[in-house]
Design a protein around this ligand. Structure first.
Ligand code: SF4
Length: 419
């Protein structure tokens, strides 16, 4: 019997979760997937993909995954978990700690060796209806033709690299979904992200199958979406699941959001969010929140986004702040010190206001406050090293972004042109 509970590095996820990346590769979790070196490998050292394996259970037999579990059970950090290690060494709450408390009831089964895969985190590939400024061809096929035309020279992809992004996304392949279906008998949660999950017919068919086979009532559904296309059949599906959490990508208000996410119409997004807010009690929604991808371009939009949330009754009053570190030239730590000082002051004030407001419920909102606190800490860290002229090249090549930013924040534009 393993010593899992006593291990200071123990994490439930290698036992309970299967994370599939946009390109079909397996990683331990979304945190581990931030470094492509962490993709899981078979006993011959080859990358494991959902396209190639015959059954999800096959993963359990690979030496590498067994060794990772062994290390996590014995106070050691595998290299795939370095991000959590670094987080904890800085005294912050890690993804590992969050997930261990979420899946606490499963630890006894892991200890006995009888645990099953209980949760999927599926990044469905690169089919998307938007071409967000900070995204790339791995997550939006609309970037494939544009990437080399718009990005700094140092980030250009070769033809063969670009051809990889043109291959059919795993999320569009029926045989792949059959394998996922075979491994889903003990599930109690599914996370879907893209590309854009709400335009995936295959993901919808998989969820409909869970409804038909009467498993959906046991399953919590979490979807990360740009919320631009929400058909009525999604509402019908959601009504059949135990709980539904939606995380809506919003990186600014009005024209700013349209600049950040080319292809998006603000009025439509706002209408879709209002509809969710008004129908919140009629569906098993447990939470709807905004996901704000913090970067140099939109750091000055965070406060107005928080203020805009006051219009809603059920949408979480504070966005979840995801910190962008790649591409490095878009990192908000590159902003001038005077701007960063203003931001730290403004964000700290928002935290104080929120914590003292009647809308604040500690159990429900503490993690969102911690996200904002992490953003404040992030700004105090040293900026990354970037290739000279990264921003000036991007803005020279991406004239649409340049002219929109000129209208919306000319001070920021002038600064970025110097980088
Ligand atoms: S320790 Fe962290 S990086 Fe490793 S599997 Fe757990 S959550 Fe993921």
């Amino acid at each position: 019997m393993m010593n899992v509970k006593n291990s200071k590095t123990f994490c439930v996820l290698p036992w309970l979760m299967r994370y599939i990346h946009n390109d079909g590769k397996f990683y331990l979790c979304c945190i581990s997937a931030s470094d492509s070196e962490n993709a899981l490998r078979d006993d011959e050292g080859k990358l494991v993909t959902i396209q190639k394996i015959s059954h999800l259970n096959q993963l359990e037999s690979f030496k590498q995954l067994k060794e990772i579990k062994e290390m996590l059970s014995h106070d050691q950090w595998p290299k795939q978990c370095q991000k959590c290690q670094a987080h904890e060494e800085r005294g912050n709450l890690s993804h590992r700690q969050l997930k261990n408390s979420e899946f606490q009831s499963e630890i006894a089964a892991i200890q006995k060796g009888t645990s099953k895969v209980r949760t999927f985190d599926l990044r469905l590939g690169n089919i998307c209806n938007l071409r967000c400024v900070m995204c790339g061809p791995d997550a939006s096929h609309l970037w494939i033709e544009e990437w080399n035309k718009l990005q700094p020279k140092t980030l250009e992809f070769s033809k063969s690299e670009m051809d990889q992004f043109k291959l059919p996304s795993w999320g569009t392949l029926k045989p792949v979904w059959d394998k996922i279906e075979q491994g889903s008998d003990q599930l109690f949660s599914i996370e879907l992200a893209g590309g854009e999950p709400l335009i995936s017919h295959e993901a919808k068919a998989f969820l409909a199958h869970l409804v038909e086979t009467k498993r959906s009532q046991e399953i919590d559904l979490n979807i990360v979406t740009n919320l631009t296309i929400v058909t009525d059949d999604w509402y019908k599906l959601w009504s059949q699941f135990k709980k539904v959490t939606l995380r809506v990508s919003v990186d600014g208000i009005g024209s700013y959001q349209e600049m950040m996410r080319p292809g998006l119409k603000w009025n439509l997004l706002e209408r879709n969010l209002q509809k969710l807010d008004q129908s919140f009690d009629q569906f098993p929604f447990s939470e709807i929140n905004l996901n704000f991808t913090l970067q140099a371009l939109n750091a000055r939009q965070l406060v107005s986004t928080i203020k805009w949330l006051e219009h809603f009754k059920h949408i979480c009053p504070l966005p979840h702040v995801s910190i962008l570190s790649e591409p490095a030239y878009m990192d908000c730590r590159l902003l001038p010190q005077s701007m960063k000082d203003e931001l730290v002051q403004a964000w700290s004030q928002q935290i104080s206001l929120f914590i003292s407001s009647p809308r604040y419920k500690q159990a429900k909102h503490q993690w969102l406050v911690e996200g904002l606190e992490r953003a404040i800490d992030w700004l105090s860290e040293a900026p990354p090293t970037i290739y000279p002229h990264s921003w000036s090249q991007r803005l020279l090549k991406d004239q649409a972004l340049k002219s929109e930013l000129k209208l919306l924040d000319s001070e920021l534009l002038l600064y970025l042109l110097t980088l």
